[in-house]
Design a protein around this ligand. Sequence first.
Ligand code: ADP
Ligand code: MG
Length: 408
Amino acid sequence: MPTTLTQRKKTIADVTDWQDKRVFVRVDFNVPLDDHQAITDDTRIQAALPTLKFLIDKGAKLILASHLGRPKTGFDPKLSLKPVYERLQKLLPNTQITLAKEVYSADVEAAAKALKPGQILMLENTRFEAGEETNDPTLAKNFASLADIFVNDAFGAAHRAHASTEGIAHHVKIKVAGLLLDREITALSNVTQNPTKPFTAIIGGSKISSKIPVLETLIDKVDYLIIGGGMIFTFLKAQGFKVGSSLVEDQYMEIAKGLTLAAQKKNVNIILARDVVVTQSFAADAAFKLVNAEQIPDGWMGLDIGPLTVGDIEGVLRNSKTVLWNGPLGVFEFANFAKGTKRVAEYLGQLTQSGQVQSVLGGGDTVAAIEQFGIPVSQFTHVSTGGGASLEFIEGKILPGIACLDNA
Ligand code: ADP
Ligand code: MG
């Protein structure tokens, strides 16, 4: 396990003098927009408010930076931060906020210098600059020149070494974590490094290929490993069962076998589906039926776990003290195949609320599923705001946006 992960990082609470300081705050305002550039979910903006309010109250001058979507280089009105700026102004009605026309320019520099305590200058979408994603040192230095202190609160972008998430840290004296980033580090470290046992991981999603590192890391730590989603079928086929036309990655069958063997050696219980909901076509309204997971008929594909499997999973969760969940257990986007994921989510929420388990959820689609079901994230101990970042953290990777910060 890399030591940097256990290394605690300084946070904004460790810095005492903010008055009149210019602070470059990297946030994750990468919110979903509809076709008319209206924000459909402002969770990420809300999540940054505690850090922003903290700094405003202390008399700091804020330079805010975020990316939005995947623009090509140069200004793109469809991916301007304007709607984000307007929403933030509504959420902070007493704060003077200006949106810069560029990411970095002489005008931006002048506007940053003119800031008064408690005011915010928001830069345009950092990815309008080619140097953002290449972590160009010149752009990083330019960002650093705007401020005295770097605060990273963008957990969702912490797995990327970009100019505004990592490069800038090399050119400022003080670089610390914001409150959101700190909460993510604490929650994910607790569950991966110090879980109260029995410790159960639920790993689902579509492809085993994207979850191999996380499976390999967790097999050394968990007592129970619940496999869900599309990757079930690579495991089943590797054991010699017929999986019909279910999603299978043949080239990963050996890895699935290896993981099963490793689990046996380490006394880890792997829970695979006993029954699955199958259909003949991948569609929301396709007819479906329930079959034994070991006898999927030709031409049928498994898109959800069945009630017997849900029962097995509930039994394991009831006996667990810590649960880590990444990856939906079925194709939750279609109501007919969302039931397994929904039942397990509701049950885990109940167990958490009754104080029986600590639950940590991560993964873009996992969180989207919870939100689609209308289950409040407050039902769980921690729901990560980072999709790819949370997965990489759980894998034990060092996230550059965290590693670059001052050690506590
Ligand atoms: P996360 O973003 O939470 O890490 P993934 O991206 O790994 O999750 O996987 C999410 C996707 O997996 C969803 O789009 C879901 O439809 C798909 N999926 C789940 N179960 C199956 C299945 N049985 N067959 C095909 N796709 C599946
Ligand atoms: Mg995903």
